[in-house]
Ligand binder design. Structure first.
Ligand SMILES: *Cc1c(COP(=O)(O)O)cnc(C)c1O
Length: 392
């Protein structure tokens, strides 16, 4: 018999009752160190006092109106994102896939408005992930996500991540945009090199294409900058944001320059829930914390410390581990084989992580961790590897 909850997930038989900072607690009080953070969503940890206060205060005032009315906190969040990024404008939605969808529509609408409706194709990177809607699985291009849902949405071409020659070769008179993740997340924590991003910007400018970054996972402070593209100095024309922006409340955003958004006119797009007062109160509170002086420096410092200590663990456990890579607190522990066993054993040892492609265990702790959490995580990983090797 089919379970009441449609059985589409591989779930651990484990549930949590409450969270506090970097820890989660089961109903019987067992404590877990959370280096999964809801897959890069709980960027400020669990029950952050500033977010709890913002949500509670807003809950007592007003939850939802509609985008047929002005929403002052939505205007405020948009202005703050504009002030702190390349973008001139923002559309709010509720998830990463919706943010990417909005970006795809923005790119198509741009060329339609320019009188070139046949320019709709988007060049994407292999091994990418952009969500689970029909268009975003086509953009991701992964066979395992597309299987069973044919026909695939038309208009996406794929080239090797990091490969500028293949990108150039794929451009046709139908190409509208290039879409990549500045750090591939699901693919296994693969940061794009600076010359790759520079090259993409040059190609986009040369052919009049729009450059579209998916920062759903690597954005919102994860890499130690508000957005990962800032490390390279290469700004996109369109950017999808979600996960961390709501700190656990479902929020997504599609950011764009004025030029790129020229097709997104009245009536072009909409969302019932997108940017509602409750969501905006929380997202503004997330920004309050992230934009405070010293926050990003803290993330950078903790990221460097984590990677440094993990390098020692990798050196000690060559049978299990191959290396460590990433940026800021978006860290990938490269394993010798399928990372499932390590993720599971870490969980048995009361630490949460999440698997990714290319045999990687992702460590995505809340951005508020301190040295004690890093020491604790490193000790658990070290002990878990020892255990695994003892059994081999
Ligand atoms: C998680 C993710 C998405 C999809 O976000 P949802 O909120 O699950 O729709 C898209 N792109 C990237 C890079 C992601 O990590």
């Amino acid at each position: 018999m089919i379970p009441a909850v449609m059985p589409t997930y591989v779930r651990a038989d484990l549930a949590f009752e409450r969270g506090e900072g970097a820890y989660l607690f089961t109903a019987d009080g067992t404590r877990y160190l959370d280096f999964c953070a809801g897959i890069a969503v709980d960027c400020l940890g669990h029950a952050h006092p500033h977010l709890v206060e913002a949500l509670g205060a807003q809950a007592k005032k007003l939850w939802h109106t509609s985008n047929i009315f002005r929403i002052p906190d939505q205007e405020r969040l948009a202005e703050r994102l504009v002030a702190n990024t390349f973008a001139d404008t923002a559309f709010f939605c509720n998830s990463g896939a919706e943010a990417v969808e909005c970006g795809i529509k923005t790119a198509r609408a741009y060329f339609d408005a320019a009188g070139e409706p046949d320019r709709y194709r988007i060049i994407c990177a292999e091994n990418g992930f952009h969500g689970r809607t029909l268009a975003t699985i086509a953009a991701g291009g992964q066979e395992k996500l597309l299987k069973g849902f044919a026909p695939a949405v038309e208009g996406f071409d794929h080239v090797g991540f990091g490969n500028l020659n293949e990108t150039r070769a794929k451009i046709s008179d139908k190409t509208a945009a290039i879409l990549i993740e500045p750090v591939q997340g699901e693919g296994g924590i693969l940061p794009a090199q600076e010359d790759y991003l520079n090259g993409l910007r040059k190609i986009a400018d040369e052919y009049g294409l729009l450059l579209f970054f998916d920062e759903v996972q690597c954005g919102m402070g994860r890499t130690g900058k508000l957005f990962a593209y800032e490390w390279s100095g290469v700004a996109p024309d369109i950017m999808a944001v979600a996960k961390g922006i709501g700190g656990g409340f479902p929020v997504g955003a599609c950011l764009a320059t004025e030029r790129a958004a020229k097709g997104m006119v009245v009536g072009a797009h909409g969302s019932t829930y997108g940017g509602n007062p409750l969501a905006m109160a929380v997202a503004n509170a997330v920004l309050d914390v992230m934009l405070a002086p010293g926050f990003m420096e803290g993330v950078q410092k903790m990221g460097a410390l984590l990677v440094d200590k993990l390098q020692g663990v990798v050196a000690k456990h060559p049978k299990t581990l191959k290396g460590v890579r990433g940026r800021g607190l978006m860290v990938g522990l490269m394993c010798q084989d399928d990372p499932k066993t390590l993720v599971q054993k870490l969980r048995d040892n009361k630490m949460l992580s999440v698997g990714a492609g290319n045999n990687v265990v992702r460590l995505l702790p809340p951005l508020i961790i301190d040295e004690s959490h890093i020491s604790e995580a490193v000790a658990i990983i070290d002990a878990t590897c020892t255990e695994l090797e003892g059994k081999a």
